[in-house]
Design a protein around this ligand. Structure first.
Ligand SMILES: [Zn+2]
Length: 305
């Protein structure tokens, strides 16, 4: 019936749209996932790939992830559409550029930047290197912005609690980075994981020089055992505790195959050919990311004796 109504090219376009990955339709869309709790899925093509969340308290708003400066400039009006309360804090889950470079935009709005002590230390060193490297990008210039350090840091734990709403910030690294921390709403069972967990087809970055892949697996398994109903990953679609377990299984298998192969005397070149992650579906969908993941784990894995 479609053929009679539409030219063949239109049918093809329609088919492509129908079978596009469901995430495509969610990009940049703002969703209320519980009363006063919002998420906005990142947009990789616009260099603002990280998901951002915001949580309304009685008198103020807390933002999760500072995103990129241009990302934050797009997100602030979205936040204002949902609440007239002032934004008081922004929490960075870890130091990577796509989660912290919007810090100065937030600070200029009078917002206090919060992260773990180790995240702050990493931002000052490795984050500075990322900033300097990315300053050379003409399309997305960082010149109007500055590398803004957090002004509130915590060791292992802090909570924001106004009697109605409670938000817990818990440092769980070293995993994806040293200072990884998660944000958890215990009453709602909503967990913001940063890049400890992603839920898209573009892979996860396991190449941070200080990543601890073994501990990362354990952290995800521990988190999955908690009272988690909704997972807001660092990138990609919302998930559940099952998403945490699937990300953990991918990392565990990656380590087992690469470190096991290295121990058995296989070369990196051999492992780049042999390692098979195909059973992990979306987590292993990006062949290039898989290759860099294999390289990163190979560097970290113990040498054969
Ligand atoms: Zn990251």
């Amino acid at each position: 019936m479609l053929r009679r109504l539409l030219p063949p090219s239109a049918v093809l376009l329609w088919l492509a749209a129908a079978y596009a990955h469901p995430l495509d339709s969610q990009i940049r869309s703002v969703q209320q996932i519980a009363p006063g709790v919002f998420t906005r899925i990142g947009d990789r093509d616009a260099r603002q790939p990280a998901n951002t969340g915001w949580i309304e308290f009685k008198d103020y708003v807390v933002v999760i992830e500072a995103n990129t400066p241009w990302g934050m400039r797009d997100i602030l009006p979205e936040i204002r559409k949902t609440t007239s309360k002032p934004i008081r804090y922004v929490f960075d889950t870890h130091y990577h550029w796509d989660h912290t470079q919007g810090n100065s935009v937030m600070a200029d709005e009078g917002v206090t930047v919060v992260c773990s002590q180790d995240c702050a230390s990493e931002l000052a060193a490795k984050g500075k290197a990322e900033w300097d490297q990315m300053s050379k990008n003409a399309d997305y210039s960082l010149a109007p912005y500055r590398l803004q350090q957090p002004s509130v840091v915590f060791g292992d734990f802090m909570a924001l609690d106004d009697g109605e709403r409670r938000l817990e910030l818990r440092r769980v690294g070293p995993a994806h980075t040293i200072g990884d921390a998660v944000a958890f709403l215990p009453k709602e069972g909503i967990l913001f994981t940063g890049d400890l967990c992603v839920n898209w087809r573009s892979g996860n970055n396991v190449s941070d020089p200080d990543a601890d892949h073994r501990h990362w697996v354990q952290v995800l398994n521990d988190l999955a055992r908690g009272n988690v109903k909704t997972v807001v990953p660092g990138h990609g679609a919302l998930g559940t505790a099952a998403t945490l377990r699937a990300q953990s299984a991918f990392l565990d298998d990656l380590w087992t195959q690469v470190a096991g192969g290295k121990k058995a005397g296989k070369s990196l070149a051999q492992l780049l050919k042999d390692v098979d992650l195909s059973r992990h579906g979306d987590f292993a969908a990006d062949a290039q990311q898989n290759q860099s993941a294999i390289r990163a784990v190979f560097r970290k894995a113990p040498d054969p004796r």
